[in-house]
Design a protein around this ligand. Structure first.
Ligand SMILES: [Zn+2]
Length: 280
């Protein structure tokens, strides 16, 4: 049995009234602690630890409004990466919840609330829905976040990434994305996720080879107000656009150089070529 199978089983028993139901931690030491990203909703403060059935030292808790992940290298992603690398988290869970106000708030309502607080519209990005991560359904939002985490070059392929939603009334967990199955699919080179991870890995490795000059010029999508990426695939596309920006800044290609191929796998090569021209 895997850790999250035990978590879900203990949760079922708690919902059924067995107050002492918890995960037998001693059996799952190799899978603990976990890192969980949830919403800031205060109704989760006591409910979530109770319903996960884990002792608090086995539960690294990250929170933001709407448990959103805006991209594979966003600040939330960096915290998840550090939770794994520094704090030893072995598995990741994105846990949405029912009745999430981030999902229920419209752009107009948010604008009104912000205006009441003295925030000027002209200083906000054009697309508030994308920028603040307002979403249609909690499930869809969790699936999107899991997609980003799986595509992230900051998270190793050996870390299972789960997606769940908790019902605030009953405390019942619904397991939307089984990270153990995702782990298996990564091992298959033909899988979409596997290819995405490889591309993202290539990109990060290449960015690491670029000097501080070029990196200083490179704006990741999340830092560009109003430009938000929706999926890991979008992020790779934006990174490819960034490669074009670098190429523009370091000047034209040397005479005789061939045009870079336009497809995504060419990104690493294009960045490397741009780097070489930067260093000349
Ligand atoms: Zn919420």
């Amino acid at each position: 049995m895997h850790l999250f199978e035990a978590i879900v089983a203990a949760n079922r028993r708690r919902v059924a009234g067995e107050k002492s139901a918890s995960v037998p931690v001693a059996e799952f030491g190799a899978a603990l602690p976990i890192a969980a990203l949830t919403c800031i909703d205060v109704r989760l403060n006591h409910l979530l630890p109770d319903m996960l059935g884990l002792p608090e030292e086995q539960f690294i808790w990250l929170r933001n409004a709407g448990n959103i992940v805006t991209g594979p290298v966003s600040s939330t992603m960096r915290s998840l990466a550090m939770a794994c690398a520094i704090k030893g988290a072995r598995e990741i869970a994105i846990i949405g919840h029912s009745d999430c106000l981030v999902g229920k708030t419209t752009a107009m309502q948010l604008l009104d609330r912000l205006a009441a607080l003295g925030v000027e519209r002209r200083r906000l990005p054009e697309n508030l829905v994308e920028y603040f991560g307002l979403f249609g359904t909690e499930r869809q939002n969790v699936l999107k976040a899991v997609d980003f985490v799986r595509a992230s070059p900051l998270i190793g392929a050996r870390v299972p990434v789960h997606g769940l939603v908790i019902d605030l009334k009953s405390g019942q967990l619904e397991w939307l994305v089984n990270g153990y199955q995702g782990f298996q699919s990564v091992a298959r080179p033909v899988s979409k996720v596997g290819r995405m991870l490889q591309k993202a890995d290539d990109t990060l490795e290449t960015l690491g080879q670029i000097g501080s000059l070029a990196v200083g010029e490179l704006k990741f999508p999340e830092t560009k107000i109003g430009e938000i990426v929706q999926t890991g695939h979008d992020w790779v596309h934006k990174a490819e656009q960034a490669a074009t920006v670098i190429e523009d800044k370091v000047g034209p290609k040397p005479a005789g150089a061939s045009d870079p191929p336009p497809l995504l796998p060419s990104l690493a090569d294009r960045l490397k070529a741009a780097t070489r021209r930067t260093q000349k």
